[in-house]
Design a protein around this ligand. Sequence first.
Ligand SMILES: NC(=O)c1ccc[n+]([C@@H]2O[C@H](COP(=O)([O-])OP(=O)(O)OC[C@H]3O[C@@H](n4cnc5c(N)ncnc54)[C@H](O)[C@@H]3O)[C@@H](O)[C@H]2O)c1
Length: 270
Amino acid sequence: MELGECVVLVTGGAHGIGRALCRRIQQEHPGGIVIADRDLSAARSVAEESGGLAIECDVSQEVDVQNAVQQTINRYGRLDAVLSNAGVTAKGGVETPDADWNRLWQVNVMAHVYLARAALPHLLEREAGAFVVTASAAGLLTEIGSAAYSVTKHASVAFAEWLSVHYRNQGLKVSCLCPAGVATDFLDLEDPIHQFLHVSSVTPEHVAECVIEALRKETFLVLPHAEVEEFFQFKTQHYDRWLHNFAHVNTRLQKRRSRQTTPHATGETP
Ligand SMILES: NC(=O)c1ccc[n+]([C@@H]2O[C@H](COP(=O)([O-])OP(=O)(O)OC[C@H]3O[C@@H](n4cnc5c(N)ncnc54)[C@H](O)[C@@H]3O)[C@@H](O)[C@H]2O)c1
């Protein structure tokens, strides 16, 4: 799919990957860009750059998502592509409070469902629409530092797969973006696990380029890091060995984390 003349809606477009996507899409001369984000003033700055429309939208609220789609139609009269990109994280394992599990479920999963409900009638109208879910490598592998992020990103991959299977023969192109570390404010550089991700992180501009290429080639998985594809293949072929290897990485990173939080602790070099 080429985005020239298309009307594109990007959630979480005010910062990071979403902002890079908006800037890159602008180079394709679209018919319109809508930046839907809970941070309206930053969304407005991106809209000014790209000549688009900024909409205040909390994607965890279905009414806000419906409003964003309706405002898109009111302004441009059509909707051709949706980049459902907003996402949040929370550190922790099983002790993570239910409130955080629920927040991640709403933003990382239900927001895609709300957007699909509102946008599909428009995307299917011309039998040529596109729906891109920003998941994460955590949705194919795991995120050692966050149980809730890993689980909800797996669910977002599952939802993207389901959409692809269900609507492919009606002309909908579904892609699922699964990056590992990307150099945005999302990474907490005080945290050893995010530091580990940052070592091999890519720029949001590189991610945006990969998304444009995937839309052009109509590929489902968008993998800006070559190693994610390798790890994913290894996981599907040697599941137990993959778990063993990740457990080893987990042990090293947890040791590093406890050394950082306990100044006098000593231990094995990770
Ligand atoms: N940065 C990474 O290392 C990385 C890696 C893999 C996947 N991702 C995913 O990429 C997506 C974008 O992340 P990013 O790195 O650009 O993060 P970011 O924090 O830089 O940007 C996230 C954007 O989403 C918006 N947002 C958050 N919650 C929202 C809500 N409830 N409603 C509307 N907007 C909301 C924020 O205002 C912000 O503009 C997320 O889904 C994230 O999970 C990021």
